[in-house]
Design a protein around this ligand. Sequence first.
Ligand SMILES: [Ca+2]
Length: 320
Amino acid sequence: MVLLILSVMVIVATNMTMRYNSEFLRTANFVNGIQGKWYHKSSDSLVRRVLHQDFDDDPNSVNLSQYWATQGRTFEVDGGLISTHVYDDYSCFNLNSLGNHGYDYSDETGTKTNMAREVFVRLMVYMQIQLGDAEAVADAVTDMVDTDAGISRNGAEDSYYMSLPYPFVIPNTRLFNVSEIRVAKGMTPSIYRRLKPFVCALPNNELHINVNTLTEEKAPLLAALLLSDYMTVESALEIINSRDREGWTTVSNFLNQELITSTTTVRTKGFISSVVTVNSNYFRAETVLEYNGLIRRFFSYFVKNNKEAILYKREYGGAE
Ligand SMILES: [Ca+2]
């Protein structure tokens, strides 16, 4: 009988200890989470101040010589380290532009082509994705973001997605996050992985590419934007490497280079001129916090409004 009572007491004591440990960990995670969000907010304030300084110094140019583009800033904070990288969101292909009929151009035979789609297809082809697969993905993503229910040649609307084993409906409006295209018809993990560094989902359906902030890795995007069968990734890389530290001062200076004038055609000139810019309105900050043995990632998105950087979205953890 004594042994039985002792056993019961040991079991109760063990349960109490386990519950205490679990509550302790839960509280510690909660406190770390709150602290992490405060560090994230502090980092955002710093990014806004840096962007404001750059907008004030030069309202007509966003380039990689400016303060915001200084990478690898790491700060020591109580209990850990915090580092923030800022990216220009005009140095990626805005997936939402695929739903913009303003980019439909007609050729001499009256055939309509959406130039944003053409850039997107070329981008995938420059990344060694088969033309047929690239066209299928481009059509499917276009159908996801355009507001109509008309099915593009290789695309799919709700009727296709609703017939899947796990049915769902597509947005038929702007994407909030690039990861949404993972479910597009024809998308594969390999295509998505290759595309991800080159694409973004801005809160509008316009396409703007800031040629002053394209890094060497983005050469396939520049090659795609120039819409020419004579353009190669190597030529695009040459253009990027010929850029001065402070970038091109005007769009004309960029477009008047021989490598570009020799490849652009009348058909593509107007579109390219409307997309190329040397400035930017959208920025993304990635903050990594190492705190109490945990690593957390945060993303903040800013839009330029006169000389201010306005925060319009935050993401915790970040979708892959
Ligand atoms: Ca649609």
